[in-house]
Design a protein around this ligand. Structure first.
Ligand code: NAD
Length: 507
């Protein structure tokens, strides 16, 4: 079913991609309204940042419980706006709540001030501390409309910030529901606000007076966000697309690898930033692996509330997937299941391709659809070289025996799952993010909390010593002493601890 895209300047309509029916409408917020939301958030941030971790934790726990109490409504909205099956919608709710819980549990420890070595200045106490930034602008995508933004929202709030969230124009109602729950739960009603609209509303948020932008979406939009944020030198966190490779070694458990591959490539109809987008299989087991994958794919149910694969969320994405399939076939790919002719409206039959190579878009560009292109490789070195032959570097997967861990270390990506798929996304203490065109900065984990803080360094002199480097009053022979110190501290063959040397100089 084609998704209608008619919008008015004042209202944005959200459509169910499976049926084409309107799910609801939301305001199209203007730049002035975005600025006003940011100004209200700044007031909330001032109070929120003054609270103890414990006090913030209590409110955030109440928020988590309220979200859990509305799990059915949230899952239903995700199912209807995004098109994913009910089971996947509930999985998304569960994973999102896991992050709220984790962010609260870790915030105080991860953001505790740290005493660090004062090095040469042994009479100093050196401390690194973490402080809230203020207001965080979160811009989210449609593919995981609750889980993905919550990876920024929960951590930003737990770190003491207020948030203004702009959801995708394809999935705004879930965000409006989150804002409703937040307004009822938090003592400060403006702590977590939602502004809705198309790209222009996101652009207004990127240009607004927020203290950081956490953007999740495509690399092309990420670049626009970064340019807009540059006007005020607003820092950005960019979680962008991927072209995640999977490597299957000769000694891998093929049944498990195939099962993981099918899930990793097809969950959310392949519309995950960390989807398995290309597979490299050792030549000796290639044919057997392909048979296993095809066998798995043939058991899947497409469509329906309880299907394994739902409707594609946007017609634009269907066109991209079709283009990638046609390009691959024109260049010699073999179709085992699905294919471009099996596309019907918003539904794409899972497509397994072999005989693929890096000349094809399906192996180089983000496909973001239910496609499993499998390439035969002559060696693991070749597999690593091909895996790393990408402008992206988000997730990755390795299946194999003893060598798997070492192989994982050679993949140029932000995250790798070994003998599992997407495992890193299910572990809240692991930072999530990429390199290259997959973006920079990290959500989740302790790094994800620190991402929403400013780092403050404090050097406190705790005792005076005769030798004070931060003064113009120096002994006449200071140059000579320094020359000696340089040799002793940093020259060849001399091992001296800075503190010992200072004590020697003091005596
Ligand atoms: P998108 O880039 O089209 O849109 C993302 C958001 O940006 C939307 O809210 C949109 O309204 C907004 N936007 C559009 N133009 C803007 C502008 N000029 N300034 C500011 N905001 C603007 O992405 P999408 O199609 O919604 O999401 C799919 C992409 O997101 C895929 O590439 C996927 O890989 C990526 N993604 C990445 C992660 C990750 O964590 N790395 C997670 C999920 C999705």
């Amino acid at each position: 079913m084609a998704v209608a895209t008619t919008q008015t300047p004042e209202r944005l309509t959200s459509y169910n991609p499976a049926t084409g029916e309107a799910v609801g409408t939301v305001p199209m917020h203007t730049a002035a309204e975005v600025d006003a939301a940011v100004a209200r958030a700044r007031v909330a941030a001032q109070s929120w940042s003054q609270l103890s971790f414990e006090a913030r934790g209590e409110e955030l726990t109440a928020f988590r419980k309220a979200l859990a109490a509305h799990a059915d409504e949230l899952a239903e909205l995700i199912h209807r706006e995004n098109g994913k099956p009910e089971l996947e919608a509930y999985t998304e709710v569960m994973m999102a709540l896991g992050h709220v819980q984790h962010a609260v549990a870790r915030a105080e420890t991860a953001l505790a001030p740290k005493k660090v070595s004062a090095g040469m200045l042994a009479n100093f106490r050196a401390t690194v501390s973490y402080h809230p930034l203020g207001v965080i602008g979160v811009i989210g995508p449609w593919n995981y409309p609750l889980f993905t933004p919550m990876g920024s929202i929960a951590y930003a709030l737990a770190a003491g910030n207020a948030v203004v969230f702009k959801p995708s124009e394809l999935t705004p109602l879930i965000a409006v529901k989150i804002a409703e729950i937040a307004a009822k739960t938090f003592a400060l009603p403006d702590l977590l606000q939602v502004v809705t609209g198309a790209g222009a509303t996101g652009a207004a948020l990127a240009k607004s007076a927020v203290d950081k932008i956490a953007f999740t979406g495509s690399a092309a939009t990420g670049k626009r966000v970064m340019m807009a944020a540059a006007e005020r030198l607003t820092p950005v966190l960019l979680e962008l697309g991927g072209k995640d490779p999977m490597i299957v070694a000769e000694d891998a458990d093929l049944a498990k690898a195939a099962e993981a591959c099918v899930f990793g490539a097809l969950t959310n109809a392949g519309q995950a930033c960390i989807s398995v987008e290309r597979v490299y299989v050792a030549s000796a087991v290639h044919d057997q692996f392909v048979d296993e994958v095809v066998k798995n794919v043939r058991t899947l149910k497409i469509g329906g509330d309880d299907g394994h694969l739902g409707a594609m969320t946007s017609t634009a994405q269907v066109a991209i997937v079709k283009d990638h399939l046609e390009d691959a076939i024109a260049k010699g790919a073999k179709v085992h299941t699905g294919g471009p002719d099996a596309i019907s409206g918003s539904y794409i039959q899972p497509t397994v391709l072999t005989n693929v190579d890096h000349r094809m878009k399906v192996m180089s560009d983000e496909t973001f659809g239910p496609v499993i292109p499998i390439q035969r490789v002559g060696s693991l070195d070749e597999a690593v070289q091909l895996a790393n032959d990408s402008k992206y570097g988000l997730g990755s997967t390795v299946f194999g025996g003893k060598a798997a861990r070492a192989l994982a270390g050679r993949i140029r990506a932000g995250m790798t799952s070994v003998n599992s798929v997407m495992g890193f996304a299910g572990i809240p203490s692991l930072p999530f993010g990429g390199i290259g065109d997959s973006g920079f900065g990290r959500i989740h984990g302790d790094e994800g909390l620190r991402e929403f803080t400013r780092v403050k360094s404090t050097a406190e002199q705790v005792m005076s010593i005769p030798l004070n480097m931060m003064s113009f009053r120096q002994p006449n022979d200071m140059t000579k002493r320094l020359r000696g110190m340089i040799k002793q501290l940093y020259g060849e063959g001399v091992v001296a601890k800075a503190g010992d040397l200072i004590r020697k100089l003091r005596s």
